[in-house]
Write a protein of this length. Structure first.
Lengths: 109, 113
């Protein structure tokens, strides 16, 4: 069963525009959600996790248990934000991570 | 300090051959994960080690796949009788403990011809 869904394969926005990358999950327990990012020619790296409630590089993500969503948002996109973004769900009982299929963000000048 | 390293970076092999993929985690990281990433997909969990033991190998697709971590550090993913469908990028990640931040390696791109 698909546990993490990222409905958009590609999202193109202009520099300075708001951006929202969607992530929905399916899990009946207490989830822990993450966003990972992969810049061109770099390895996958953690962007943020919901329990830390931080803003990293201007990005934020709020866990909405009612809608089972964990959308990633940034009010003003920058060209350097262009990358692949993956949403991931951790099942603590099993120490397993489930990743979505990723969204490619392209920020145009 | 050094991050997670994986060797080789690229491996081309013929169908039916045996391959080994190596992962060197960050020193002191007790948890180690292997993932497979096919084109256009996110990383897919294969196996998780806590120390030397495989705590969860439920993601291994079949018995052609096997992984070891004999001394609780370096891990080797072994694939027997490779098939074209095994072609993918194999990622390794390590973390201080279960459920903590994972640090990924650069991956090994496996191509089975």
């Amino acid at each position: 069963a698909q546990r993490v869904t990222q409905p958009e394969k590609l999202l193109s926005v202009f520099k300075g525009a708001p951006v929202e990358l969607k992530c929905n999950y399916s899990y009946s327990g207490s989830p822990e959600l993450f966003w990972y990012v992969q810049y061109s020619r770099q390895r996958l790296q953690l962007l943020l996790r919901h329990i830390s409630r931080e803003s990293i590089k201007g990005f934020t993500a709020d866990l909405n248990k009612g809608e089972t969503s964990f959308h990633l948002k940034k009010p003003f996109a920058q060209e350097e934000d262009s990358a692949m973004y993956y949403c991931a769900l951790l099942l603590h009982n099993f120490n397993k991570f489930y990743f979505g299929s990723g969204t490619k963000l392209n920020v145009k000048p | 300090g050094a991050g997670v390293s994986q060797t080789p970076s690229n491996k081309v092999t013929e169908k039916g051959k045996y391959v080994e993929l190596r992962c060197d985690p960050i020193s002191g990281h007790t948890a180690l994960y292997w993932y497979r990433q096919s084109l256009g997909q996110g990383p897919e969990f294969l196996i998780y080690f806590q120390g030397t033991g495989a705590a969860d190998d439920s993601g291994l697709p079949n018995d052609r796949f096997f992984a070891v971590r004999p001394e609780g550090s370096v891990s080797t993913l072994k694939i027997q009788r490779t098939e074209r469908g095994d072609s993918a990028v194999y990622l390794c990640a390590s973390s201080l403990g279960a459920g903590t931040e994972q640090y990924f390696g650069p991956g090994t791109r496996l191509t089975v011809t």
